[in-house]
Design a protein around this ligand. Sequence first.
Ligand code: HEC
Length: 306
Amino acid sequence: MVTPRQRRKFRTVIVLAGIVAAMLTLVGFSVPLYRLFCAATGYNGTTQRVADDAGKISPRVVIVQFSTSVAPNLPWRFEPVQRSVKVHLGEEKLVYFSATNTGTTPIIGHATFNVTPPKIGLYFDKIQCFCFSDERLAPGKTAIMPVDFFVDPALDKDPDAKDVNTITLSYTFFRATKPDDVQNLSRFDPNAPPDPERGARLFAERCSGCHALDRVKIGPPLGTVFDRAAGSVAGYPYSPALKHANVTWTVANLDRWLTDPEALVPDNKMPIKVLEANTRHDIVAYLEHLRADRAAATGTAGAPVR
Ligand code: HEC
């Protein structure tokens, strides 16, 4: 026989269990949520840059040093390719780290990073890096991993940071205990074939702040950009430079555009570059792929319909 008191107790236990379950779910989702947040807001240095510092490269120079370490149970050699670089505040810089799996089995590692002095962390913006993801490396293989960053020019306005000339970026690789959404470090291999699926993710992170596929945002729509003439979407307010550029968006021209828009079309108004070559290949493969999808949808590709 269950008394009303026992029933009330039972109800309390159920409610508490529900709260605990909800908390665990939130913890479990926090990394994907973080990624979602980045993709939605372009926090990783895309829209944020347009709003406040596009084209503003400060004369102030800082030295960024790199340091690396590896957890004792991870048989990887992990080193910065360059010990340090000098950068102007606001200047985007690409640096590399090298990891070698000296063990005999594929291993999944996970990097964490740290910026010192700690008060600088706020101003250190990474556009692309291998942090937060679980990375697989085959035995005996070496991966050269890019990190694309800039130091926010707002640093110059912070009285507490007047004395800062040197910033240290440290990475530590750990063995991933519960791998999730594992990525292969071989994606950074310069001979890797272009990967349109990765390109779609990179597009969401790095382009979608300004570009949609099928409508005008800050930039023109890109769903049909492949093989299109530059500056040709009716109703988009192009810069005169791009409108009159005699360029067709082929693989080679898209790659040149993303490497340095200013070098391909001087005085255009796209404010970003994509410094890392594999990232460019994958994004361009995705844009090309969209064209293939479109052709398939309208029946213009493949066998003629009888
Ligand atoms: C901060 C905003 C911004 C971001 C981020 C951005 N773009 Fe752009 N993009 C623009 C603007 C603005 C233009 C138009 C430039 C002009 O008129 O001179 C443009 C133009 C282009 C064009 C020319 C299209 C045409 O119709 O001629 C291509 C291609 C392009 N962007 C590709 C990309 C890709 C790929 C990415 C992601 C790696 C990207 N953009 C990220 C703002 C951006």
